[in-house]
Design a protein around this ligand. Structure first.
Ligand code: SAM
Length: 299
């Protein structure tokens, strides 16, 4: 493993979060309802899957609902504290502890475990891709597809890089500078002071101090202090197709009716109107939704 392996810091980030993660994102007081949960359940229902592996399952946030839906559930996670919590939660659904184990989506052998005697009908991976280095995306896609039975369903969730075009903050500048303009290349051309001057002017159009950086609370690195990148939906689709998926669709969720920096003008209104926009198939999700689920079938 290279020295810039993000896993130790990611594990440290989540180690203190195992008990509260579910309440933070799925509980009644969560800042936004977990709208993706129904997208995942619906896709699984439509696929007819009877067994599912959740790669990076956290505290069984989704698996607990899938167990209620009658699916045969399996899961692994990088963070041992998350695995312990998932075991505790799923014990109430009569899921044996050995169906949950520690592992990494980067390692093909993490997808094998006691109790799995063949490839599964569905493999899902939610909230994990942000913590994967760009150069490792293809390997993760390959591992997810390989663990799925032919014709089976794969779902991978990611943070939407194109949302940065809507937010008018640091993310907007980063997308324009790094993905569209490709500042690194431009700076090698002979433009004198023009390029730095132009970029400084460009930055002045955006709130570079936003969004606030999410820090740790007990000395551990916070979510924005570990690798937590966004993905280009179109490139990710291409990558999963190359890894062996067909019928790939992009389902967008967590809409924002206005750029989030304007939410404070009327928070309840903002939340209500954003919720009313939730439609995974609306093209505006490509820009106004902060996350998406890639879904497809193994060829
Ligand atoms: C944002 S949480 C999502 C948890 C759960 N999937 C959900 O949707 O609620 C991300 C989870 O991914 C796990 N994770 C991060 N990198 C991982 C990796 N390389 N392999 C497996 N799990 C990983 C973390 O430990 C954490 O539990």
């Amino acid at each position: 493993m290279s020295t810039d392996d993000p896993e130790p810091r990611v594990r440290a980030c989540y180690a203190t979060w195992a008990q509260s993660y579910f309440a933070d994102y799925y509980g009644a007081d969560a800042p936004y309802p977990p709208v993706h949960r129904e997208i995942v359940r619906e896709e699984l229902r439509r696929s007819g899957a009877r067994s599912v592996l959740d790669a990076g399952c956290g505290p069984a946030s989704i698996l607990r609902f899938l167990a209620e839906d009658g699916l045969d559930v399996f899961g692994f996670d990088l963070t041992p504290e998350m695995v312990d919590e998932a075991r505790r939660v799923l014990a109430a659904h009569a899921v044996p502890a050995e169906r949950l184990w520690q592992g990494s989506v980067l390692q093909a052998d993490s997808f094998q475990a006691a109790g799995i005697d063949s490839r599964l009908d569905a493999v899902i991976c939610l909230g994990v891709l942000p913590h994967i280095r760009t150069q490792d995306d293809a390997q993760v896609a390959k591992n997810l597809v390989a663990a799925t039975a032919p014709g089976g369903l794969v779902m991978a969730e990611a943070r939407n890089q194109f949302f940065g075009l809507f937010t008018q903050n640091r993310f907007t500048y980063d997308f324009l500078a790094n993905e569209l303009i490709r500042v690194g290349d431009l700076q090698t051309k002979d433009g004198g002071a023009a390029v730095p001057d132009a970029l400084a002017k460009l930055r002045s159009h955006f709130r570079m101090d936003l969004p606030p950086v999410r820090k740790g609370t007990q000395g551990e690195p916070g979510y924005d202090e570990v690798l937590s990148r966004t993905h280009n939906p179109l490139l990710l689709k291409q990558q999963f197709e190359e890894a062996g998926l067909t019928d790939v669709r992009l389902l967008f969720y967590h809409y924002h009716c206005l750029p989030p920096m304007l939410a404070h003008y009327a928070p309840d209104f903002f939340r209500r109107e954003s919720l009313s926009m939730e439609n995974p198939e609306d093209w505006r999700g490509m820009f106004m939704a902060s996350a998406f689920i890639l879904t497809g079938r193994r060829r």
